[in-house]
Write a protein that binds this ligand. Structure first.
Ligand code: NCD
Length: 316
């Protein structure tokens, strides 16, 4: 089996519809890239001569930096463009921007955009491989992969685990990508949050839906907290931040409802004291910074899979 036949896709646009073989092949490749970032010389020649463009139309710290580091640690040439300093501010359309970048022969375009579906629109119109780095409230596939990678390392498996995803599910592309991937890999997924922040199709996505956090935490192996995404809210979804943290924030008393060995995750950026008590975020059960470290390895794996020649193997 070659790497290409395990992941027979040209792009990475979402976790919906990706099968367990393809997803697992990316997690396994990430495993082989993980150690590169812990070596004294954090670089392998795998993507020498390839070009990766990061095109970000939304704010980002972790995702943009880790895509850049992932590309550089694979020896690719990496260019970063943020919309606020690009010709987008002069009125250039997304398609024109992409066509102009394409004329410079990139191998991979990594796109973050506030409009759900923007990376799919681009993928249908470019020769480059496209990676969705977060599109609106739709999907964030590399986040789901790094979350699965972190869970697999901490728990030794994913199948059979119960994962509680709590908070602003409605606006969360992280929750959407995670429910697809975790269910594909055999986990049970629970969504918990105020019903004003729950997507109407939550149950159809295959999650068990809770309007209170306590029953969702009971017996959970993994507790994933989500940020309250105020920037995506156009109306009033919550009575107040204080009320939200009192009823839905993760604190020690609530975490005690989960399994004694449960891990705590958060995709970042955190609203400390809102969805998560700082003592929990920084506590012994937190794997939040492990998620960040995993992000580099997972993005190396994805860039490698989409940009390397079919015969190239990951580093030993
Ligand atoms: C998330 C995002 O942008 O979707 N952050 C991330 O990429 N790690 C979650 C968020 O913004 O709350």
């Amino acid at each position: 089996m070659t790497a290409r036949s395990l992941y027979p896709h040209r792009h990475l646009l979402g976790m919906e519809g990706l099968d367990a073989v393809a997803a697992t092949s990316l997690l396994d490749a990430a495993e082989s890239f993980f150690d590169v970032s812990r070596r004294a010389v954090r670089k392998v020649p795998t993507l020498r001569g390839r070009t990766v463009i990061n095109l970000f139309y939304e704010a980002s710290t972790r995702t943009r930096t880790s895509f850049e580091l992932a590309g550089k640690r694979l020896s690719a040439d990496v260019i970063n463009i943020s919309a606020s300093t690009s010709s987008a501010v002069k009125g250039e359309t997304l398609l024109d921007t992409v066509k102009n970048l394409e004329a410079m022969q990139p191998d991979v375009l990594v796109i973050r955009h506030p409009a759900s579906g923007a990376p799919h629109f681009v993928a249908a119109r470019t020769r480059a491989a496209v990676i969705n780095a977060g599109d609106g409230t739709h999907e964030h596939p590399t986040q789901a992969l790094l979350d699965a990678f972190t869970i697999r390392r901490a728990k030794g498996k994913i199948a059979g685990l119960t994962v509680a995803i709590c908070g602003d599910v409605l606006h969360s592309r992280v929750a959407r990508s995670n429910v697809h991937l975790l269910r594909t890999l055999g986990a049970k997924v629970r969504f918990a949050g105020p019903l004003t922040l729950m997507p109407p199709d939550a149950a159809a996505l295959g999650a068990e839906v809770f309007s209170r956090i306590e029953p969702a935490l009971e017996g959970a192996d993994v507790v994933m907290m989500l940020r309250v995404q105020n920037e995506r809210m156009s109306g009033t979804f919550l009575p107040s931040t204080r009320e939200y943290s009192r009823t839905f924030g993760l604190n020690a008393a609530r975490l005690a409802l989960a399994r004694p060995d449960a891990i705590v995750m958060h995709p970042g950026p955190m609203n400390r004291g809102v969805e998560i008590d700082p003592a929990i975020a920084d506590g012994a059960r937190s794997v939040i910074l492990d998620q960040v470290e995993a992000g580099v390895a997972v993005r190396m794996a994805v860039l490698w899979r989409l940009a390397a020649e079919a015969h190239e193997a990951p580093p030993a």
